[in-house]
Structure formats: structure tokens, C-alpha cells
Design a protein around this ligand. Structure first.
Ligand code: SAM
Length: 315
């Protein structure tokens, strides 16, 4: 029997399959919710860097579940399809409107019920514009971003690319998030993360770093939970786009970061049941444990072409 990766032996990997989540990441968002109640009152949400889609599944189930309960309709798994059975009966109030969930990723993603999908790079203006277009007039209550670049193992480089992703996500946030809204993003807790916390604190009075139980202790990943969005007076969302596109130089950025000194203190919260499953322990997946099929096999994996070439070589 071949060696199994740590990922495939951990309890969350197996539980995800049993519960129908496309990735074990679903538990991270659910555990963040246990501590921060992030879905309360949320009708419109954006899921950045969403593939393969487990966070979109969580959003779909939670938002439609709440909506269907309010409707007095069946609650089921909460995945009532957007538009289905909702013929217009005159103008509807905000409470009655169906949830809007927009998901974005570089990779194609199999459909998730009730979720509008955009394939694109969140650091590009075109993708950001496309996301913003879906929220014209009505802003989002929640933006989540689980974005991660392909890790090189060079910590400084990985942390830099990750922070660029967060800056891109924050650019979209400044256009689509309503005042008072919540932004959650994956961060790498490297040596420069303090600057990022300071920048986030400029937009959110409440910034907490949270480490869900399902996130491995060995991993430097954590999630910033930024609450009560409130941009500085006179702030124009265009500013952040100009940083990303290089119009604002590193000199400008230096003075920007100077302005944020002294350092801010960001609270840290370990969330999820701390007595619960340990993601670093190999508890299941022994020799006798039957493996489960993936919930959603990849629809366009990066290794697809390699498999085709191998097959062609054999024929
Ligand atoms: N939250 C997802 C889930 O629960 O299924 C998992 C997200 S996965 C850890 C990270 C994703 O970030 C990958 O699918 C990758 O394609 C995406 N990503 C990385 N850089 C991106 C970018 N610049 N624009 C859009 N997506 C990006």
C-alpha cells in the first residue's frame, strides 16, 4: 500500500467527505462562525478564491437556510436554487429578497446551488469590476477570502504574494462591502504581518486573528476576522487599486505605513471546540478504513494535460 499524504489521513479530510463538503476548509469557516457568528443577518456575500467551493457550499447552505426559514419554506439543506420558485409578486422588502452569493477563482469550479460564479484573477481590474457589477446598488454584508498562492517554501516570497492577494481582496471589499460589514481573509503569520494588521485596522475597528481548530498547528496560516467596516473619512476605493497597479510607489507606501505607527495590537482567538478533533493527529485512514470518493472531483486539474500525455504515450 502506497504512502498516504498527511492531508488524506486527517480526521477533517474524512469528515468533509462524509458531510458532503468539497474540501476540509469548510470546517475552518464553520469554526470561525462558532466564535464570531459571521452569518447573522447576511443576505449578500462574496467568496474570493473559492475553488473547489467548500466555503461557497457553507455560504449557500447557511444563507439559504436562514432565508427559507424566514420564508416559512422547507429548510432542507438550505440549498434552494436562486430564482427557483420565486416568481415576482410585486416589490419585495430586503428581508424577503433571495440571498446573493458571488464566488470567484482563477480555476473553473463545479456549480454550487445558489452561487454565481466568476472565473478570474482577483488582482485584475477586470475581475474586480465584474464582482462589483453584481452588487450595484446593493452592497455585500460579508466578503470572505481563502486565497492562497502556490506556496514556494520561500517564506518571505510566499508571505509577500499572500499579502498581495489580501490587498486585492481588500480593494474589492472597499467597493462592495457595506458599512458595518465583515471581511474574513486567510493570512500567513510571517514577520511582516504586523503591517497588514495596521492597514486592516484603518478600515475595520475590530480586527481579530483567529486560528480555527481544523487549521494545522504546524501551518502559519490564520484568518483575520475584520468587523464593522468603516473606511476613513474621505477614503476613495480607487486608492487601493492604484497601489496594486503600481501607480502608488513604495515611497508612498512607506509614508502610509509610517502613518499607522505605533503598532496595533490585534487579539488572537483559537476557535472551534478545542477539545474536538486534532488536525495534526492521524486518527483515521488506517489499513482497514475504506476510502471515500471525493465529493466533487476536480473539473480542470492542473495535472490533466500530464495525464493526457502519459495516456497518449501508452497508446
Ligand atoms: N475556500 C476554498 C474552498 O473552501 O474550497 C479553498 C480555496 S484554496 C485554499 C485557494 C484558492 O485560491 C485556489 O483555488 C486558487 O486558485 C485561488 N487563487 C489563488 N490566487 C488567486 C487569484 N489571484 N485570483 C483568484 N483566485 C486565486
Amino acid at each position: 500500500m502506497g504512502r498516504k499524504s498527511k492531508d488524506k489521513r486527517d480526521i477533517y479530510y474524512r469528515k468533509a467527505k462524509e458531510e458532503g463538503w468539497r474540501a476540509r476548509s469548510a470546517f475552518k469557516l464553520l469554526q470561525i462562525d462558532e466564535d464570531f457568528d459571521i452569518f447573522k443577518g447576511v443576505k449578500r456575500a462574496v467568496d474570493l478564491c473559492a475553488a473547489p467551493g467548500s466555503w461557497s457550499q457553507v455560504l449557500s447552505r447557511r444563507l439559504f437556510l436562514a432565508h427559507n426559514k424566514r420564508d416559512g419554506g422547507g429548510v432542507g439543506d438550505g440549498c434552494k436554487v436562486r430564482g427557483a420558485g420565486s416568481e415576482a409578486k410585486g416589490p419585495v422588502g430586503d428581508e424577503e429578497k433571495e440571498p446573493v452569493i458571488v464566488a470567484v477563482d482563477l480555476q473553473p469550479m463545479a456549480p454550487v446551488e445558489g452561487v454565481v460564479q466568476i472565473q478570474g484573477d482577483i488582482t485584475s481590474t477586470e475581475t474586480a469590476t465584474e464582482v462589483i457589477r453584481h452588487f450595484e446598488g446593493e452592497k455585500a454584508d460579508l466578503v470572505v477570502s481563502d486565497g492562497a498562492p502556490d506556496v514556494t517554501g520561500l517564506h518571505d516570497l510566499d508571505e509577500f504574494v499572500q499579502s498581495q492577494l489580501i490587498l486585492a481582496a481588500l480593494t474589492i471589499v472597499t467597493h462592495v462591502l457595506k458599512e458595518g460589514g465583515t471581511f474574513i481573509a486567510k493570512v500567513f503569520r510571517g514577520k511582516n504581518v504586523q503591517l497588514l494588521y495596521s492597514q486592516l485596522k484603518m478600515f475595520f475597528p475590530l480586527v481579530t486573528v483567529s486560528k480555527p481548530r481544523s487549521s494545522r498547528n504546524a501551518s502559519i496560516e490564520a484568518f483575520v476576522v475584520c468587523q464593522k467596516y468603516s473606511p476613513p473619512a474621505g477614503f476613495e476605493p480607487e486608492m487601493l487599486r492604484r497601489v496594486l497597479e503600481g501607480e502608488i510607489t513604495s515611497k508612498d507606501l512607506d509614508s502610509w505605513s509610517d502613518a499607522t505607527k505605533p503598532k496595533v495590537i490585534v487579539p488572537f482567538v483559537a476557535c472551534g471546540d478545542l477539545q474536538g478533533w486534532d488536525p495534526d493527529a492521524v486518527v483515521l485512514g488506517g489499513q482497514s478504513e475504506a476510502s471515500l470518493a471525493p465529493v466533487q472531483p476536480p473539473i480542470a486539474p492542473p495535472y490533466k494535460r500530464a495525464l493526457e500525455l502519459i495516456k497518449r504515450g501508452r497508446d
